[in-house]
Design a protein around this ligand. Structure first.
Ligand code: PMP
Length: 349
């Protein structure tokens, strides 16, 4: 017997991971800080109790897709559901990327875009854009988009928090034959969406998630709206029964409780704005955010500040390799934010 040889380059890649530590304030992965309401839990328990788990689930989560389509005024045939928006992105890359094909990212942005491109053997062209990281029409000139098969836009962008103007997304969709993937994982917090462009631009795919505003990161539900032909292509690459009956049930109950989820948005935005206002008073540069997190540059080396916060029970994310000197903090509960701000004050003292 000899050792099996993995695909070239695989062992040079670290598994994607954010620390999952048991600390007082976990503010590193942009989750919703509030647990789900009791009524939701009870209804979910009832829904799950009634499932025929001896059978395969509905193969393509048709009922959930139908409900999402209805809610957003989109056709069912142009609506897709998968295990988190990450799996939606993977389906898009499997269908529109692949060997010999190219994806463009505007950096700094969500690392999974280029990673999933790599996983699917899609070449990645990373186009750097400058602070305040807003795409301008001129950014698109010579953006490497000519001849690209996929262009990623993240709005609001992770980790910078800014939204991209819908007009620029439209210009981009007009001037490329690529599939323009608009990642709106934080769309509900910013309140702008490119969904309205879909009827005019069949080369757009708008990707969304239940993980953030719907407080359901643990359920793994993502969805996208695109032209029916695109969704038809996603059906060709998905695994059969990819969304479990448990996941589908959670998604349907969540949609029934949509108003509760959306009510939490204001509380999260309030804490985000509180963080953004408090950081400059501590000598940090805070970047305006329309998501549920704030990117900031402390007046001391980011890794030291990150460590000092962790020592005080506050876990945030170190982005200094991607955006020099910067850290990203998720908007938590008021108590978590108190803890973060007082810990930061101590660390910077
Ligand atoms: N897109 C962006 C921009 C994100 O920040 C995240 C999660 N951090 C995701 C997609 C993936 O979310 P999920 O797979 O939980 O839907």
């Amino acid at each position: 017997m000899s050792t099996a040889v993995p695909r070239p380059g695989l062992r040079a890649v670290e598994p994607y991971a954010a620390p999952q530590l048991d600390v007082a304030a976990r503010l590193n992965t942009n989750e919703c800080p509030y647990p789900l309401p009791d009524a939701f839990r009870q209804e979910l328990a009832r829904a799950i109790g009634g499932l025929a788990l001896n059978r395969y689930p509905e193969r393509e989560a048709d009922v959930l897709r139908e409900r999402l389509a209805e809610l957003h005024g989109r056709p069912f045939e142009g609506t897709w559901v998968a295990n988190g928006s990450n799996e939606v992105l993977q389906h898009l890359l499997l269908a529109y990327g692949g060997p010999g094909r190219r994806a463009v990212t505007f950096e700094p942005t969500y690392a999974l875009h280029s990673r999933i491109a790599w996983v699917t053997s899609t070449e990645v062209v990373r186009r750097q854009i400058d602070q305040p990281w807003v795409l301008e029409a001129w950014d698109l000139e010579g953006a490497g988009t000519a001849g690209a098969d996929i262009v990623f836009v993240c709005s609001p962008n992770n980790p910078t928090g800014n939204v991209q103007p819908v007009e620029v997304i439209e210009r981009l969709a007009e001037r490329t034959d690529a599939l323009v993937i608009v990642d709106e994982a934080y769309g509900e917090f910013g309140g702008t969406t490119a969904i309205g462009l879909l009827d005019r631009h069949p080369n757009l795919a708008i990707v969304r998630t239940f993980s953030k505003a719907f407080a359901l990161a643990g359920a793994r539900i993502g969805y996208c709206f695109a032209a029916p032909e695109v969704v038809e292509d996603l059906r060709r690459v998905r695994l059969p029964y990819h969304v479990s009956a448990l996941t589908q049930a959670a998604g349907l109950v969540a949609l029934d409780h949509r108003d509760d989820a959306l009510a939490i948005l204001d509380a999260v935005r309030e804490q985000r704005d509180r963080i953004a206002a408090a950081l400059p008073e501590l000598g940090a540069e805070a970047f305006p955010s329309q998501a549920n997190f704030v990117l900031f540059r402390p007046p001391r080396p980011a890794d030291e500040v990150w460590r000092g916060l962790l020592d005080r029970g506050v876990l945030i994310r170190d982005f200094s390799k991607l955006v020099p000197g910067c850290l990203r903090v998720t908007a938590g509960t008021p108590e978590e934010v108190d803890r973060f701000l007082s810990a930061l004050e101590e660390v910077l003292a």
